[in-house]
Design a protein around this ligand. Structure first.
Ligand SMILES: *Cc1c(COP(=O)(O)O)cnc(C)c1O
Length: 416
Protein backbone atom coordinates (compact mmCIF):
# COMPACT_ATOMS: atom_id res chain seq x y z
CA UNK A 1 0.00 0.00 0.00
CA UNK A 2 1.41 3.36 -0.94
CA UNK A 3 1.56 6.00 1.74
CA UNK A 4 -0.79 8.89 1.35
CA UNK A 5 0.98 12.25 1.54
CA UNK A 6 -0.70 15.47 2.53
CA UNK A 7 0.16 19.14 2.19
CA UNK A 8 2.53 20.73 -0.28
CA UNK A 9 5.99 19.38 -0.90
CA UNK A 10 9.11 21.47 -1.34
CA UNK A 11 11.29 21.73 -4.40
CA UNK A 12 14.85 22.64 -3.50
CA UNK A 13 16.69 21.47 -6.57
CA UNK A 14 18.93 23.97 -8.36
CA UNK A 15 16.75 23.64 -11.40
CA UNK A 16 14.04 23.06 -12.03
CA UNK A 17 12.78 25.46 -9.41
CA UNK A 18 9.31 26.33 -8.13
CA UNK A 19 7.03 27.68 -10.81
CA UNK A 20 4.84 30.37 -9.22
CA UNK A 21 1.08 29.96 -9.49
CA UNK A 22 0.96 33.27 -11.34
CA UNK A 23 3.16 31.80 -14.06
CA UNK A 24 1.21 28.53 -14.21
CA UNK A 25 -2.08 30.42 -14.39
CA UNK A 26 -0.80 32.63 -17.20
CA UNK A 27 0.00 29.49 -19.17
CA UNK A 28 -3.45 28.04 -18.64
CA UNK A 29 -4.96 29.62 -21.71
CA UNK A 30 -6.10 28.48 -25.12
CA UNK A 31 -3.63 28.57 -27.99
CA UNK A 32 -4.01 31.59 -30.23
CA UNK A 33 -3.49 32.39 -33.89
CA UNK A 34 0.18 33.12 -34.57
CA UNK A 35 -0.65 36.67 -35.62
CA UNK A 36 -2.79 37.46 -32.58
CA UNK A 37 -1.54 40.83 -31.29
CA UNK A 38 -1.71 39.55 -27.70
CA UNK A 39 0.89 36.94 -28.58
CA UNK A 40 3.00 39.30 -30.69
CA UNK A 41 3.04 41.93 -27.93
CA UNK A 42 3.93 39.35 -25.32
CA UNK A 43 6.79 38.00 -27.43
CA UNK A 44 8.14 41.46 -28.23
CA UNK A 45 8.06 42.57 -24.60
CA UNK A 46 9.75 39.37 -23.42
CA UNK A 47 12.60 39.89 -25.86
CA UNK A 48 12.94 43.47 -24.68
CA UNK A 49 12.83 42.65 -20.98
CA UNK A 50 15.46 39.94 -21.30
CA UNK A 51 17.88 42.74 -22.14
CA UNK A 52 17.10 44.26 -18.76
CA UNK A 53 17.68 40.92 -17.07
CA UNK A 54 21.00 40.35 -18.87
CA UNK A 55 21.80 44.04 -18.33
CA UNK A 56 22.58 44.75 -21.93
CA UNK A 57 21.60 47.64 -24.15
CA UNK A 58 23.53 46.52 -27.21
CA UNK A 59 23.08 42.78 -26.97
CA UNK A 60 20.70 40.86 -29.22
CA UNK A 61 18.46 38.29 -27.57
CA UNK A 62 17.75 34.83 -28.97
CA UNK A 63 15.14 32.49 -27.51
CA UNK A 64 15.00 28.79 -28.21
CA UNK A 65 12.50 26.07 -27.40
CA UNK A 66 15.13 24.04 -25.58
CA UNK A 67 16.91 23.55 -22.26
CA UNK A 68 20.32 24.75 -21.11
CA UNK A 69 22.14 22.16 -23.20
CA UNK A 70 20.43 23.50 -26.31
CA UNK A 71 21.29 27.09 -25.37
CA UNK A 72 24.94 26.03 -24.94
CA UNK A 73 24.88 24.58 -28.44
CA UNK A 74 23.10 27.62 -29.89
CA UNK A 75 25.77 29.93 -28.49
CA UNK A 76 28.65 27.85 -29.81
CA UNK A 77 27.49 27.08 -33.35
CA UNK A 78 26.81 30.72 -34.09
CA UNK A 79 30.30 31.99 -33.33
CA UNK A 80 32.55 28.98 -34.05
CA UNK A 81 34.09 27.25 -36.99
CA UNK A 82 35.34 23.66 -36.85
CA UNK A 83 38.94 23.58 -35.60
CA UNK A 84 38.62 26.79 -33.57
CA UNK A 85 40.45 26.69 -30.28
CA UNK A 86 38.56 27.29 -27.03
CA UNK A 87 39.84 27.90 -23.53
CA UNK A 88 37.71 26.17 -20.91
CA UNK A 89 38.48 26.78 -17.25
CA UNK A 90 37.27 23.76 -15.27
CA UNK A 91 34.63 24.99 -12.86
CA UNK A 92 32.87 21.67 -12.17
CA UNK A 93 30.48 19.36 -13.95
CA UNK A 94 28.96 22.10 -16.09
CA UNK A 95 32.16 23.39 -17.68
CA UNK A 96 32.68 19.77 -18.74
CA UNK A 97 29.20 19.64 -20.23
CA UNK A 98 29.68 22.79 -22.29
CA UNK A 99 33.16 21.66 -23.34
CA UNK A 100 31.72 18.42 -24.69
CA UNK A 101 29.21 20.27 -26.86
CA UNK A 102 32.05 22.36 -28.33
CA UNK A 103 34.15 19.24 -28.91
CA UNK A 104 31.25 17.58 -30.75
CA UNK A 105 31.34 20.49 -33.23
CA UNK A 106 35.04 20.01 -33.85
CA UNK A 107 36.48 22.66 -31.55
CA UNK A 108 39.97 22.17 -30.20
CA UNK A 109 39.75 22.40 -26.43
CA UNK A 110 42.37 23.73 -24.06
CA UNK A 111 41.14 23.07 -20.54
CA UNK A 112 42.48 24.72 -17.39
CA UNK A 113 42.22 22.00 -14.76
CA UNK A 114 40.91 23.16 -11.43
CA UNK A 115 39.93 21.83 -8.06
CA UNK A 116 36.12 21.52 -7.77
CA UNK A 117 36.27 23.11 -4.34
CA UNK A 118 37.61 26.52 -5.36
CA UNK A 119 36.74 29.13 -7.96
CA UNK A 120 38.95 29.47 -10.99
CA UNK A 121 41.50 32.29 -10.61
CA UNK A 122 41.35 34.97 -13.30
CA UNK A 123 45.15 35.00 -13.38
CA UNK A 124 45.10 31.34 -14.55
CA UNK A 125 43.04 32.40 -17.56
CA UNK A 126 45.26 35.42 -18.24
CA UNK A 127 48.38 33.23 -18.18
CA UNK A 128 47.01 30.87 -20.82
CA UNK A 129 45.93 33.75 -23.02
CA UNK A 130 49.28 35.50 -22.66
CA UNK A 131 50.99 32.27 -23.75
CA UNK A 132 48.80 32.15 -26.88
CA UNK A 133 51.10 34.36 -28.96
CA UNK A 134 49.38 33.60 -32.28
CA UNK A 135 45.98 34.45 -30.77
CA UNK A 136 44.61 31.07 -31.73
CA UNK A 137 42.11 30.96 -28.88
CA UNK A 138 38.75 32.07 -30.21
CA UNK A 139 36.75 32.16 -26.97
CA UNK A 140 36.84 31.54 -23.25
CA UNK A 141 33.89 29.45 -21.99
CA UNK A 142 33.15 30.36 -18.40
CA UNK A 143 30.40 29.03 -16.12
CA UNK A 144 29.23 31.82 -13.79
CA UNK A 145 27.66 29.60 -11.13
CA UNK A 146 28.60 25.97 -11.49
CA UNK A 147 25.58 24.29 -9.98
CA UNK A 148 27.36 21.01 -9.34
CA UNK A 149 29.90 22.51 -6.97
CA UNK A 150 27.97 25.52 -5.64
CA UNK A 151 30.64 28.05 -6.61
CA UNK A 152 30.23 31.40 -8.38
CA UNK A 153 33.07 32.72 -10.52
CA UNK A 154 34.09 36.38 -10.66
CA UNK A 155 33.16 37.17 -14.27
CA UNK A 156 34.16 40.82 -14.02
CA UNK A 157 37.65 39.90 -12.81
CA UNK A 158 38.03 37.36 -15.63
CA UNK A 159 37.26 40.03 -18.22
CA UNK A 160 39.71 42.43 -16.59
CA UNK A 161 42.38 39.74 -16.65
CA UNK A 162 41.68 39.06 -20.34
CA UNK A 163 41.90 42.76 -21.15
CA UNK A 164 45.15 43.11 -19.26
CA UNK A 165 46.86 40.64 -21.58
CA UNK A 166 45.15 42.21 -24.60
CA UNK A 167 43.76 38.97 -26.00
CA UNK A 168 40.87 39.25 -28.48
CA UNK A 169 39.10 36.02 -27.40
CA UNK A 170 35.36 36.26 -26.90
CA UNK A 171 34.11 35.85 -23.35
CA UNK A 172 31.17 33.42 -23.35
CA UNK A 173 29.42 32.95 -20.03
CA UNK A 174 26.95 30.31 -18.86
CA UNK A 175 24.54 32.23 -16.61
CA UNK A 176 21.99 29.40 -16.55
CA UNK A 177 22.05 29.12 -12.76
CA UNK A 178 23.04 32.70 -11.94
CA UNK A 179 20.66 34.91 -13.88
CA UNK A 180 18.06 36.37 -11.52
CA UNK A 181 19.90 35.10 -8.43
CA UNK A 182 23.10 37.14 -8.39
CA UNK A 183 24.43 40.25 -10.10
CA UNK A 184 25.32 39.77 -13.75
CA UNK A 185 26.11 42.69 -16.06
CA UNK A 186 26.68 41.73 -19.63
CA UNK A 187 27.69 45.15 -20.98
CA UNK A 188 29.56 46.52 -17.97
CA UNK A 189 31.56 43.33 -17.58
CA UNK A 190 32.36 42.99 -21.27
CA UNK A 191 30.65 39.65 -21.80
CA UNK A 192 30.25 38.80 -25.49
CA UNK A 193 27.82 35.90 -25.20
CA UNK A 194 25.62 34.96 -22.25
CA UNK A 195 23.58 31.76 -22.06
CA UNK A 196 20.57 31.14 -19.82
CA UNK A 197 17.62 28.81 -19.35
CA UNK A 198 14.10 29.29 -18.05
CA UNK A 199 13.93 26.87 -15.12
CA UNK A 200 16.35 28.25 -12.54
CA UNK A 201 16.43 31.80 -11.21
CA UNK A 202 13.94 32.94 -13.82
CA UNK A 203 11.03 31.02 -12.25
CA UNK A 204 9.66 29.45 -15.42
CA UNK A 205 9.07 25.83 -16.34
CA UNK A 206 11.91 24.07 -18.18
CA UNK A 207 11.74 24.48 -21.94
CA UNK A 208 13.22 27.82 -22.94
CA UNK A 209 16.86 28.61 -23.63
CA UNK A 210 18.22 32.14 -24.02
CA UNK A 211 21.31 33.56 -25.62
CA UNK A 212 22.37 37.20 -25.49
CA UNK A 213 24.99 38.21 -28.03
CA UNK A 214 27.01 41.41 -27.95
CA UNK A 215 28.36 43.24 -31.03
CA UNK A 216 31.62 41.26 -31.18
CA UNK A 217 29.68 38.01 -31.12
CA UNK A 218 27.33 39.19 -33.87
CA UNK A 219 30.42 40.07 -35.90
CA UNK A 220 31.92 36.62 -35.22
CA UNK A 221 28.64 35.04 -36.37
CA UNK A 222 29.17 36.40 -39.89
CA UNK A 223 32.42 34.48 -40.27
CA UNK A 224 31.59 31.34 -38.32
CA UNK A 225 31.10 28.21 -40.39
CA UNK A 226 29.87 25.61 -37.91
CA UNK A 227 26.86 23.82 -39.43
CA UNK A 228 23.61 25.23 -38.09
CA UNK A 229 20.04 25.77 -39.13
CA UNK A 230 17.58 25.78 -36.23
CA UNK A 231 20.06 27.57 -33.97
CA UNK A 232 21.17 30.12 -36.59
CA UNK A 233 20.99 33.75 -35.54
CA UNK A 234 20.59 34.98 -39.14
CA UNK A 235 16.86 34.58 -39.65
CA UNK A 236 16.18 34.97 -35.95
CA UNK A 237 17.42 38.55 -36.09
CA UNK A 238 14.45 39.45 -38.25
CA UNK A 239 11.57 41.04 -36.35
CA UNK A 240 8.89 38.60 -37.48
CA UNK A 241 7.87 36.41 -34.55
CA UNK A 242 7.69 33.22 -36.66
CA UNK A 243 11.29 33.70 -37.80
CA UNK A 244 12.54 34.60 -34.35
CA UNK A 245 11.58 31.11 -33.20
CA UNK A 246 12.47 29.37 -36.47
CA UNK A 247 8.86 28.23 -36.52
CA UNK A 248 5.87 28.33 -34.21
CA UNK A 249 6.36 30.32 -31.03
CA UNK A 250 6.05 28.37 -27.77
CA UNK A 251 2.92 30.36 -26.99
CA UNK A 252 2.20 29.03 -23.54
CA UNK A 253 5.79 29.40 -22.47
CA UNK A 254 5.68 32.99 -23.66
CA UNK A 255 2.56 33.79 -21.62
CA UNK A 256 4.23 32.18 -18.62
CA UNK A 257 7.45 34.05 -19.29
CA UNK A 258 5.60 37.36 -19.37
CA UNK A 259 4.24 36.64 -15.88
CA UNK A 260 7.66 35.51 -14.57
CA UNK A 261 9.39 38.61 -15.92
CA UNK A 262 6.66 40.80 -14.41
CA UNK A 263 7.28 39.16 -11.05
CA UNK A 264 11.05 39.56 -11.28
CA UNK A 265 10.91 43.18 -12.41
CA UNK A 266 8.23 44.10 -9.85
CA UNK A 267 10.47 42.76 -7.13
CA UNK A 268 13.45 44.46 -8.74
CA UNK A 269 16.62 42.60 -9.70
CA UNK A 270 18.57 44.06 -6.78
CA UNK A 271 15.92 42.93 -4.31
CA UNK A 272 15.86 39.47 -5.85
CA UNK A 273 19.65 39.28 -5.39
CA UNK A 274 19.31 40.37 -1.75
CA UNK A 275 16.63 37.74 -1.16
CA UNK A 276 18.90 35.06 -2.59
CA UNK A 277 21.73 36.29 -0.38
CA UNK A 278 19.47 36.01 2.67
CA UNK A 279 18.34 32.47 1.76
CA UNK A 280 21.91 31.40 1.04
CA UNK A 281 23.19 32.86 4.31
CA UNK A 282 20.52 30.96 6.25
CA UNK A 283 21.36 27.70 4.47
CA UNK A 284 25.03 28.21 5.26
CA UNK A 285 24.23 28.96 8.89
CA UNK A 286 22.50 25.58 9.15
CA UNK A 287 25.35 23.70 7.50
CA UNK A 288 27.90 25.47 9.67
CA UNK A 289 26.22 23.84 12.69
CA UNK A 290 25.45 20.42 11.15
CA UNK A 291 29.04 20.07 9.97
CA UNK A 292 30.44 20.23 13.51
CA UNK A 293 29.82 16.47 13.77
CA UNK A 294 32.43 16.01 10.99
CA UNK A 295 30.27 14.12 8.51
CA UNK A 296 28.86 16.96 6.44
CA UNK A 297 30.98 19.78 5.04
CA UNK A 298 30.79 22.60 2.53
CA UNK A 299 32.13 21.67 -0.89
CA UNK A 300 33.19 25.28 -1.50
CA UNK A 301 36.07 25.88 0.88
CA UNK A 302 36.19 29.67 0.46
CA UNK A 303 33.09 31.29 1.96
CA UNK A 304 33.24 34.25 -0.45
CA UNK A 305 32.98 31.90 -3.44
CA UNK A 306 29.86 30.07 -2.26
CA UNK A 307 26.88 30.42 -4.56
CA UNK A 308 23.77 32.28 -3.47
CA UNK A 309 21.60 29.94 -5.53
CA UNK A 310 22.74 26.47 -4.49
CA UNK A 311 24.83 24.92 -1.73
CA UNK A 312 26.73 21.69 -2.31
CA UNK A 313 27.31 19.63 0.82
CA UNK A 314 29.88 16.86 0.95
CA UNK A 315 29.11 13.71 2.89
CA UNK A 316 32.04 11.89 4.52
CA UNK A 317 33.13 8.45 3.32
CA UNK A 318 31.04 5.71 4.82
CA UNK A 319 27.82 7.70 4.54
CA UNK A 320 25.53 7.73 1.56
CA UNK A 321 24.82 11.17 0.08
CA UNK A 322 22.22 9.72 -2.26
CA UNK A 323 20.24 8.26 0.67
CA UNK A 324 19.75 11.73 2.18
CA UNK A 325 18.23 12.89 -1.07
CA UNK A 326 16.00 9.84 -1.30
CA UNK A 327 14.68 10.11 2.25
CA UNK A 328 14.11 13.84 1.85
CA UNK A 329 12.06 13.20 -1.27
CA UNK A 330 10.22 10.02 -0.37
CA UNK A 331 9.62 10.61 3.31
CA UNK A 332 9.66 14.37 3.78
CA UNK A 333 8.46 15.48 0.34
CA UNK A 334 11.44 17.72 -0.30
CA UNK A 335 13.31 17.58 -3.58
CA UNK A 336 17.07 18.07 -3.24
CA UNK A 337 19.87 17.93 -5.78
CA UNK A 338 22.26 14.99 -5.92
CA UNK A 339 26.02 14.90 -6.31
CA UNK A 340 27.03 15.30 -9.97
CA UNK A 341 30.01 13.94 -11.87
CA UNK A 342 32.79 12.96 -9.50
CA UNK A 343 30.60 13.99 -6.55
CA UNK A 344 27.98 11.35 -7.34
CA UNK A 345 26.95 9.61 -4.12
CA UNK A 346 29.35 11.83 -2.17
CA UNK A 347 27.31 15.00 -1.94
CA UNK A 348 23.84 16.47 -2.00
CA UNK A 349 22.75 19.94 -2.96
CA UNK A 350 20.22 22.32 -1.50
CA UNK A 351 18.81 24.69 -4.09
CA UNK A 352 17.70 28.08 -2.80
CA UNK A 353 16.99 29.86 -6.04
CA UNK A 354 13.95 31.15 -7.85
CA UNK A 355 10.50 31.60 -6.36
CA UNK A 356 11.35 30.96 -2.73
CA UNK A 357 10.71 32.70 0.55
CA UNK A 358 11.86 32.33 4.14
CA UNK A 359 9.39 29.71 5.44
CA UNK A 360 9.83 27.61 2.30
CA UNK A 361 13.57 27.50 2.88
CA UNK A 362 13.20 26.83 6.60
CA UNK A 363 10.79 24.00 5.79
CA UNK A 364 13.29 22.47 3.39
CA UNK A 365 16.18 22.82 5.83
CA UNK A 366 14.01 21.14 8.47
CA UNK A 367 13.35 18.31 6.04
CA UNK A 368 17.11 17.92 5.52
CA UNK A 369 17.72 17.85 9.27
CA UNK A 370 14.87 15.35 9.69
CA UNK A 371 16.39 13.18 6.93
CA UNK A 372 19.77 13.18 8.69
CA UNK A 373 18.05 12.14 11.88
CA UNK A 374 16.01 9.46 10.09
CA UNK A 375 19.18 7.98 8.60
CA UNK A 376 21.21 8.23 11.83
CA UNK A 377 23.77 10.37 10.05
CA UNK A 378 25.73 12.31 12.68
CA UNK A 379 25.06 16.04 12.66
CA UNK A 380 25.26 18.71 15.33
CA UNK A 381 21.79 19.74 16.40
CA UNK A 382 20.63 23.30 16.00
CA UNK A 383 21.22 23.86 12.30
CA UNK A 384 17.66 24.90 11.58
CA UNK A 385 17.68 27.09 14.67
CA UNK A 386 20.78 28.89 13.36
CA UNK A 387 19.03 29.33 10.00
CA UNK A 388 15.99 30.83 11.71
CA UNK A 389 18.13 33.38 13.53
CA UNK A 390 20.12 34.17 10.39
CA UNK A 391 16.99 34.71 8.33
CA UNK A 392 15.29 36.87 10.97
CA UNK A 393 18.37 39.07 11.33
CA UNK A 394 18.82 39.44 7.56
CA UNK A 395 15.16 40.25 7.03
CA UNK A 396 15.19 42.81 9.80
CA UNK A 397 18.28 44.50 8.38
CA UNK A 398 16.76 44.57 4.90
CA UNK A 399 13.43 45.94 6.12
CA UNK A 400 15.08 48.65 8.20
CA UNK A 401 17.05 49.71 5.14
CA UNK A 402 14.00 49.85 2.87
CA UNK A 403 10.46 49.96 4.21
CA UNK A 404 9.99 49.05 7.87
CA UNK A 405 6.81 47.06 8.36
CA UNK A 406 4.10 48.46 10.62
CA UNK A 407 3.43 46.00 13.38
CA UNK A 408 -0.02 45.52 14.77
CA UNK A 409 0.60 45.89 18.51
CA UNK A 410 -0.78 43.07 20.58
CA UNK A 411 -3.88 44.29 22.41
CA UNK A 412 -4.09 47.47 20.33
CA UNK A 413 -7.62 48.71 19.82
CA UNK A 414 -8.82 48.51 16.23
CA UNK A 415 -9.10 51.92 14.56
CA UNK A 416 -12.56 53.43 14.98
C1 LIG B 1 21.22 23.46 -15.16
C2 LIG B 1 22.48 23.91 -15.75
C3 LIG B 1 22.84 23.58 -17.06
C4 LIG B 1 22.07 22.62 -17.90
O1 LIG B 1 20.78 23.04 -18.16
P1 LIG B 1 19.70 21.98 -18.73
O2 LIG B 1 18.47 22.80 -18.86
O3 LIG B 1 19.59 20.89 -17.72
O4 LIG B 1 20.19 21.49 -20.02
C5 LIG B 1 23.99 24.14 -17.58
N1 LIG B 1 24.76 24.96 -16.85
C6 LIG B 1 24.45 25.27 -15.58
C7 LIG B 1 25.34 26.19 -14.82
C8 LIG B 1 23.30 24.76 -14.99
O5 LIG B 1 23.00 25.07 -13.73
Amino acid sequence: MTQVKRGKGFLNTPGPTNVPDRVLNAMHTPAVDLNDPRLLDTVASCFEDMRTVFRTREGRIFMYITNGHGAWEAALVNVLSPGDKLLVPETGNFSAGWRDVAAAYGAEIEEIPNDWRKAIQPSQIAERLAADKDKKIKAVLLVHTDTAVGITADVKAVREAMDKVGHPALLMVDTIASLGTVDFRMDDWGVDVAVAASQKGLMMPPGLGFVAAGPRAIEAHRKATAPRRYWDWGARLEPESYRRFCGTAPEHHMFGMRAALDMLLEEGLENAFRRHQMLADATRAAIEVWSKANVLSFNAVNPAERSNGVTTILVADGYDGAAIREVAREVFQTGLGGGLGKLQGKAFRIGHMGDMNEPMLLGALSAVEASLSYLDIPYERGGVDAAIRSIAASRKRMDQASSPITLVKPGAKPAA
